[in-house]
Design a protein around this ligand. Structure first.
Ligand SMILES: [Zn+2]
Length: 491
């Protein structure tokens, strides 16, 4: 259905001022935000030769970035186990970077395609981290990023078999307390958001949203064999992982009122008295986010477990009723996305009216956050009745922005649209969505360059799919959106 709708949009209402290359593949969509405080530990030796530390697939284009106050002429690709130089390349495009006061060069080693583990070395600069060349590396990077959520599961024992070094006993199983009352509450479960084990409902809902967004676009990239306990149950592991989180979210709802508690805060007590967990008061934002995530999950999970999907939808509607009773402000992106998901899942006209009000008001056109992406994606892909004018406008906003991002990358050292990680992840939601709609070789290249950036070809030489870094990034599942596209096309 999404395919047909987009065909109409691109041929019929035709966003005429948009130029794009490539054929129309039909399809449609997109996102989340929050600026995390990231305190990077600089790697012991800040590498002067930057590569994708995860690796490169055999036939891909492979480019290393070199930086330093002095530049050699050549570089070598060395096979790690034998120490043999398998390739000699020459540094190109030497440019002086005023900001960092050093030279930047590129070294192309696309000619190396034999599977194996390698590093790059060069006179003056030393050697890079090791990296792999192989076949399904992009799929492995996606699985690894998804597994970070499994490692963060609260309230259950993670065994060495599945979690390796992240194994731990069931945690935070004691009752959580309301701050002002004596009542206790079972709040165990879900994914740890912080090192201490605190968990916010809105954070959970945003991550669920972005992961499901990736799953809707590039479902085939997600397997049932990623090595979590549920693997092999004929349900994609990403849905199993999300269900672990929705189970917890359901606990966080006050069934009588529909309201959703903002989360569980875990505090250390003084003098070795152990830890104490508090339930944070219910609020409107958490309830909107809850409605959005549960309605979206219900829609995508119904083929696997109709009963559970029904339960999620009823819980989402219950949260919505609480929002409706208590929220008199004009619709914001969370309310819009919740209404769009509920409309897609239930078809009710009252949800459609909220969606239309928000689209009519049009503030999303000045810049979509990830939640706007989710709402737009749900609306544009539903088989319910829609206003085609608004669908065309959404497509136009996404495609126009994709062109702007594409222009921004030109002339950039890292071949990215800047160096602000949150912005880049959101940019990749635009590009993945645009590429899904119109299939564009240039967009794929740009996304791949951002993938290299996040996997180590960045100013700090850091691999963002690494457990510690992913936590510091606030476990941002927008990364999974980008990885799913890479994995999908590498298949
Ligand atoms: Zn825990």
């Amino acid at each position: 259905m999404a395919v047909i709708l987009l065909m109409i949009l691109l041929t019929g209402c035709s966003p005429s001022q948009i130029e794009y290359e490539g054929e129309v593949s039909g399809n449609t969509f997109a996102g989340m935000e929050k600026e995390p405080v990231i305190s990077y530990e600089m790697p012991a030796a800040s590498p002067a030769i930057l590569i994708n530390q995860y690796g490169y697939i055999n036939e891909s284009s492979k480019v290393a970035i070199f930086k330093g106050s002095e530049m050699p002429e050549e570089f070598y690709v060395v096979q790690e186990d034998t120490g043999e130089r398998v390739y000699t390349g020459y540094l190109e495009n030497k440019g002086y970077n005023e900001k960092s006061q050093e030279y930047n060069c590129y070294g192309d080693f696309s000619g190396v395609s034999q599977p194996g583990t390698y590093y790059i070395e060069a006179p003056i600069l030393g050697r890079s981290y090791s990296f792999k060349i192989g076949e399904d590396l992009y799929g492995q990077a996606l699985n690894e990023a998804c597994r970070q959520f499994y490692y963060s599961r609260c309230g259950m024992t993670l065994t060495k078999e599945f979690a390796g070094e992240e194994a731990h006993n069931a945690c935070h199983t004691g009752k959580a307390r309301f701050r002002e009352e004596a009542e206790a509450f079972d709040g165990a479960g879900g994914w740890h958001q912080t090192k201490e084990g605190s968990r916010e409902a809105e954070w959970a809902a945003r991550n669920i949203g972005a992961m499901l967004f990736a799953y809707e676009l590039y479902g085939e990239a997600f397997g049932d064999d990623t090595g979590i306990p549920e693997s092999g149950n004929n349900i994609p592991d990403v849905l199993d992982e999300i269900r672990y989180e929705t189970d917890w979210l359901l606990k966080m709802q006050n069934e009588q009122t529909g309201a959703v508690y903002a989360g569980i805060t875990v505090c250390e007590r003084d003098r070795g008295m152990g830890i104490i967990s508090y339930v944070e008061p219910e609020d409107i934002r958490s309830s909107k986010a809850f409605a959005m995530a549960l309605a979206k999950f219900s829609y995508l999970y119904q083929d696997y477990d109709a009963e559970y999907a029904g339960l999620c939808l009823r819980a989402a509607e219950n949260a919505w009723r609480y929002v409706k009773r208590n929220d008199t402000a004009p619709a914001d992106s969370l309310k819009f996305a919740a209404a769009a998901e509920l409309y897609r899942a239930s078809g009710r006209g009252s949800f459609h009216r909220i969606v239309l009000e928000y689209l009519e008001e049009g503030s999303y056109k000045d810049g979509m956050d990830e939640i706007d992406f989710l709402g737009c994606a749900a609306y544009i892909s539903t088989s319910r009745q829609v206003e085609l004018t608004y669908c065309a406008e959404i497509a136009e906003v996404i495609l126009t922005k994709a062109e702007e991002i594409s222009k921004e990358t030109r002339g950039s050292i890292y071949r990215t649209a800047g160096e602000n990680h949150q912005k880049l992840l959101l940019d990749m939601m635009y590009l993945t969505t645009a590429d899904y709609m119109i299939t564009n070789r240039e967009y794929k290249n740009i996304i791949e360059n951002h993938f290299h950036y996040f996997m180590g070809r960045n100013e700090m030489g850091i691999n963002f799919a690494d457990t510690e870094i992913m936590r510091q990034l606030d476990m941002d599942s927008k990364l999974i959106v980008m990885l799913s596209e890479m994995a999908f096309f590498a298949k």
